[in-house]
Design a protein around this ligand. Structure first.
Ligand code: G3P
Ligand code: CA
Length: 275
């Protein structure tokens, strides 16, 4: 692994004196709870995905990370929305990249989930970084970056301006289904952990995993691909594994049993009943 994602337990152990370390066999915080809970698109089971309402819900539910999808408006602003059109989650129509920030911000991104969410807006990337960094980890997905040439540089600039490009700083991870984009992101921000996403068994072969390990720190498959064998292979290559998208307690338990490092879920309480 190029950049170490150090667990709380390990970190605490390293802070102990050699004498104390002899007695540190007892599980520490990180070892007791060995995986991170990631609120997918915010806690999208409870609030409209990729809105402040959903991210605040993830925070309130004590998730370790929120997961966000980043795209770019016609006039170059980074915005947080999943689909490449606004049709499903807002009262507008059209492609994200064909609409200006003003047009995107005028849309209602909440009512599709329930009238109580009317008026929620499509957030900007800047807004999410400023509101949440230091309070909760942010798993940043570049969604369809092939549609937005140069989006990697823009994301790198926003993170660097906020000092979020440093190791271990505020739990920032960048991931994408677009592997070339992640190679580029790794070159731009060598100290920020990079994840590759896949739902295809084409990319769980030994050869594919070895290639990913050259630039990625996390291999993040859909949960249908997960097995003990895959988790071991990913770990042996020095990467971590986060899996998605958990929408039932059974799926959460399966991934806990597989010993993944992170569980990406619309329902953080299915993963960790304390939430
Ligand atoms: O974080 C993993 C997950 O978000 C990938 O799928 O379609 O929900 O962006 P999707
Ligand atoms: Ca996503």
């Amino acid at each position: 692994m190029k950049k170490t994602l150090i667990g709380t337990g390990v970190a605490l152990t390293l802070m102990l004196s050699p004498f104390q370390q002899v007695f540190a066999a007892e599980p520490t915080t990180g070892e007791l709870r060995q995986f991170d809970t990631v609120a997918h698109r915010g806690a999208a089971g409870y609030a409209p995905e990729n809105t402040i309402a959903a991210f605040d819900k993830g925070l309130e539910m004590k998730a370790d990370y929120i997961e966000i999808d980043v795209q770019r408006s016609k006039d170059g602003e980074l915005v947080v929305i999943h689909d490449t059109t606004v049709d499903r989650t807002t009262d507008g129509t059209g492609r994200v990249g064909d609409l200006t920030l003003e047009e995107l911000r005028s849309l209602d991104a909440g009512s599709f989930k329930g009238e109580q969410f009317a008026g929620e807006k499509i957030p900007t990337f800047k807004e999410i970084l400023d509101r949440y960094h230091g309070k909760i980890g942010i798993l940043i997905e570049l969604k369809a970056p092939e549609l937005y040439p140069g989006i990697e540089e823009a994301v790198a600039q926003e993170l660097t301006e906020r000092n979020l490009d440093k190791p271990q700083n505020d739990k920032i991870i960048i991931q994408s289904f677009n592997f070339e984009s992640m190679k580029k992101m790794d070159a731009l921000l060598p100290k920020v952990p990079i994840g590759v996403l896949t739902y295809s068994s084409l990319y769980t072969t030994d050869a594919a995993l070895q290639e990913f390990a050259k630039y990625a720190d996390l291999f993040n498959p859909s949960y249908g691909l997960v097995s003990k064998e895959l988790v071991d292979k990913v770990h042996n290559l020095g990467m971590e594994i986060q899996s998605w998208t958990v929408r039932s307690p059974e799926a959460a338990q399966f991934l806990i049993d597989m010993k993944v490092d992170g569980i990406i879920t619309d329902y953080p309480d299915y993963v960790d009943p304390r939430n």
